[in-house]
Design a binder for this molecule. Structure first.
Ligand code: MG
Length: 471
């Protein structure tokens, strides 16, 4: 049986030629355009949307289809071509568009593609807006435009240049360039290669790029995890490079490999970026962000490592925790004027660039940290310290998942509990986050503790609860 087409806060995702076809994409474009028209301020306002795609071979076909859908309902399209997701988000704001669309399935395997939606603020639509767009899509409730009011298509090729300029503005280009860092970049033949190579060249890096052709023919499984980046680790080691960077196909996630060729884990990407940003808080950043002196804040989701809290605490700062989902983190960052934020899966957000996870921001901030401290990446990682973290999932239908959460609340009654997104239990020696997936009938179990044995104690407790509950 063909897999179900998934529509969530992250947009639409499906298998090309099975459940994600040109006609589905066109109708999703109609639904998004209709939503934008109904929620826009002026009735006669001419709306426009930035539209880009990652490098997947089906990208152009789906981009054309979404364009058709948007134009049909009277929304103009600015075609950005082949761009990264953060690049598209930046252009939405830069060009004053009402929204944005990126044809990408992010880190999903090659047979997938997807359609990510962005509102005019550059952030994915929140839950209620997603629900509204879904209703328009499934109910085919489209307000078609007449001939005179059909959307027009223009193109814009300034995404990479705009993106690079914004990232360079948050670091000291001369200080980084002076170090002539040797860098290996693996862009998995996604959208990130071209723009990231240009950024690294501007930062004076000596770059060995692998899988940097935007063919969409992924040289390895595209999620930037340890098992998928063994090739990058080898090249870093063989070249004697100082650091390796691995991106996902739409370049919003970043994984780092140290100078010994060791994959350090995506949780460290945000931690390292935060280490730099918080180290600057009492200097110029404090003035840049607010002009007065509140407690510096970071935001991240409930499943992200405590390393961020440790870093913030040392600088007298705080961490705001949100439900999982980039849009939730970005909204919290805007609300609290956070100096840094993102997600543990290698997603760094710096509001000075945009409210979107951005691997180029991660790269620039980590190189800046290395340049200023003169330390190797492995040394910086060891200074942050670390925890043992386990991320797993098991099959659980909604009703069963709810029963597990209820039992867990009783079992861990002494822990500090946060129920924003499933249940997160904080203990003195670690934390446990149980959440029900938005996209599949599974329960995710994320545990972090000072050591493996302690983490296993919490995992075993959850597995026992599951056993005791009738399925
Ligand atoms: Mg991605």
């Amino acid at each position: 049986m063909a897999e179900q087409l998934i529509i969530s806060i992250s947009g639409m995702r499906g298998i090309v030629g099975e459940n994600l076809t040109a006609s589905v994409a066109a109708e999703y474009g109609c639904a998004f355009g209709t939503f934008l028209k109904e929620t826009s301020a002026g009735e006669n306002e001419k709306l426009s949307v930035c539209l880009g795609r990652d490098s997947r071979p089906s990208g152009e076909m789906l981009k054309s289809a979404v364009t058709e859908g948007l134009c049909k309902v009277g929304v103009g399209v600015i075609d950005l071509g082949l761009v990264t997701t953060p690049g598209a988000g930046i252009m939405v704001r830069e060009l004053g568009c009402s929204g944005g669309v990126v044809v990408t399935a992010s880190h999903n395997p090659a047979q997938y593609n997807g359609i990510k939606l962005l509102l005019g603020n550059g952030i994915a639509p929140p839950g209620d807006a997603t629900e509204q767009i879904k209703q328009y899509f499934f109910g085919k409730r489209f307000t078609l435009a007449d001939s005179a009011n059909c959307g027009q298509v223009t193109s814009n090729n300034q995404t990479d240049a705009t993106h690079i300029a914004k990232v360079l503005a948050i670091v000291d280009k001369e200080a980084i360039s002076a170090r002539k860092f040797t860098v290996v970049l693996d862009s998995v033949n996604g959208a990130g290669g071209r723009v990231t190579k240009k950024l690294l060249a501007k930062l004076g890096c000596v770059v060995s790029a692998v899988n940097d052709e935007p063919t969409g023919l992924f040289a390895h499984a595209p999620e930037p995890t340890a098992e998928n980046l063994t090739g990058l680790c080898e090249v870093v080691k063989n070249k004697g490079a100082e650091i390796g960077f691995g991106q996902d196909p739409d370049a919003d996630r970043l994984a780092i490999v140290d100078e010994a060729g060791t994959y350090i884990g995506e949780e460290y990407t945000l931690a390292l970026a935060a280490k730099y940003i918080f180290s600057k808080w009492h200097g110029h950043l404090g003035r840049v962000f607010t002009g007065w002196k509140p407690v510096p804040q970071a935001a991240t989701n409930l499943s992200t490592s405590r390393m961020l809290d440790d870093i913030a605490e040392k600088a007298g700062g705080q961490v705001v925790r949100t439900a999982v989902g980039e849009a939730n983190v970005a909204a919290a960052m805007l609300e609290h004027n956070c100096i840094i934020g993102g997600e543990g899966s290698g997603g760094v957000i710096d509001l000075r660039v945009s409210p979107i996870r951005d691997s180029l921001v991660g790269i620039a901030l980590v190189l800046q940290l290395m340049a200023e401290t003169g330390k190797t990446i492995s040394r910086l990682v060891s200074e942050i310290g670390g925890y043992y973290m386990s991320k797993d999932k098991f099959a659980a239908e909604q009703a069963e998942a709810q029963r597990i959460l209820k039992s867990a609340k009783k079992r861990f009654a002494d822990a500090k509990l946060d129920t924003t997104d499933g249940c997160r239990f904080d203990f003195d020696d670690g934390w446990l986050h149980l959440r029900v997936s938005n996209t599949e009938p599974v329960m995710r179990i994320i545990v972090e503790a000072k050591d493996r044995g302690t983490a296993q104690k919490y995992i075993d407790a959850v597995l026992n609860i599951r056993k005791e509950i009738p399925g």
